[in-house]
Design a protein around this ligand. Structure first.
Ligand SMILES: C[S@@+](CC[C@H](N)C(=O)[O-])C[C@H]1O[C@@H](n2cnc3c(N)ncnc32)[C@H](O)[C@@H]1O
Length: 296
């Protein structure tokens, strides 16, 4: 039976392409790439991430008409303007409104009212560190604003940061569509009615709520500018990307920005058990800095 050349082409081309592409990121370039990921973000990736990295870098290389990974890595090294694009490509930004419900139950039902009772004339300062596209920062804001409506003397400010400039821009804009906001529409129509405006294709956080949330680019590998001190820091689902010494360094940076007695909130797969941080386990995922210890 004669083979149809067209069928052969479509049957064989993807396999041939895949092999060529795989070959293109050779072991030496892969090691260089992993070292650059670590240098710019602190993230520890292993060689098993080869295809993930290829899939993420390829569209950017195509857009720049850069034929090989080696050429692209040289570009990142030689042109500082490419670094933010590189960081955007190698970070994973998965997030959701009210991710991990038990965290929000504790924050809303215990932390907020207890903090407000203990600090009647202060403004609550919250840091949502590695906040991705802002769902976490606005989850904090919606609960804190609920308390403000009940107690008008209560005030709060939220600082959202991430290393990835694309998600920082999204968080600032406060525009959402897709699964996460649809789940919120279904589960909390009251919050949607109060804190979102319908826009074509999605929802936008109200100007008033956005004014409470300041969003900036920040690399957790660096300490925050001196002087900023927070009552609670959300550092969730990001420590998992770093090796133990880097986790320790990041937690030390975070502790330096926590007020005495402040809380640190981690993600479900994260813990401080192995580290000497000066933070005490309070309840699952919540750690408290000792009152009177300034972490300096
Ligand atoms: C999986 S998301 C978690 C988002 C959110 N905290 C949550 O729990 O839903 C991890 C975020 O950490 C950010 N990230 C990774 N390395 C970082 C670093 N060195 N400094 C700051 N943010 C970083 C990524 O850009 C990404 O948006």
């Amino acid at each position: 039976m004669a083979l149809d050349p067209q069928t052969m082409a479509s049957a064989w081309t993807p396999a041939v392409r895949a092999r060529t592409d795989e070959d293109a990121l050779d072991d030496a370039d892969l090691r260089k790439l992993l070292a650059m990921v670590r240098e710019h973000t602190g993230i520890a990736m292993t060689e098993r991430k080869r295809s993930l990295l290829q899939g993420r870098l390829r569209p950017r290389m195509r857009a720049l008409s850069i034929p090989t990974y080696a050429d692209y890595l040289r570009r990142v090294e030689s042109q500082p303007g490419e670094v933010p694009y590189f960081i955007d490509l190698v970070t994973t930004n998965e997030t959701a409104f009210f991710r991990t419900p038990r965290v929000w139950a504790y924050f809303g039902d215990h932390f907020l009212p207890e903090w407000q009772a203990a600090h009647p004339r202060e403004t609550l300062q919250v840091w949502s560190a590695a906040a991705s596209s802002g769902e976490e920062s606005y989850s904090v804001a919606m609960l804190a604003d609920g308390l403000r409506l009940a107690h008008p003397s209560f005030d709060y400010r939220i600082f959202g940061t991430d290393i990835c400039s694309t998600v920082v821009a999204s968080a600032r804009a406060g525009r959402y569509q897709g699964r996460s906001i649809e789940q919120l529409v279904a589960s909390r129509p009251d919050l949607i009615a109060r804190y979102f405006c319908a826009e074509e294709g999605g929802w936008r956080v109200t100007t008033d709520l956005r004014s409470r949330v300041q969003v900036e680019c920040h690399n957790l590998m660096q300490p925050l500018a001196r002087g900023r001190q927070f009552d609670i820091v959300f550092l969730r689902n990001v420590l998992i990307y770093f090796d133990a010494p880097t986790q320790q360094r990041i937690v030390a940076n975070i502790c330096g920005a926590m007020k005495p007695g402040a809380l640190l909130v981690l993600g479900e797969s994260e813990s401080l058990q192995r580290f000497d941080t000066g933070l005490k386990f309070e309840q699952p995922l919540f750690y408290r800095k000792a009152a009177g210890n300034d972490g300096a």
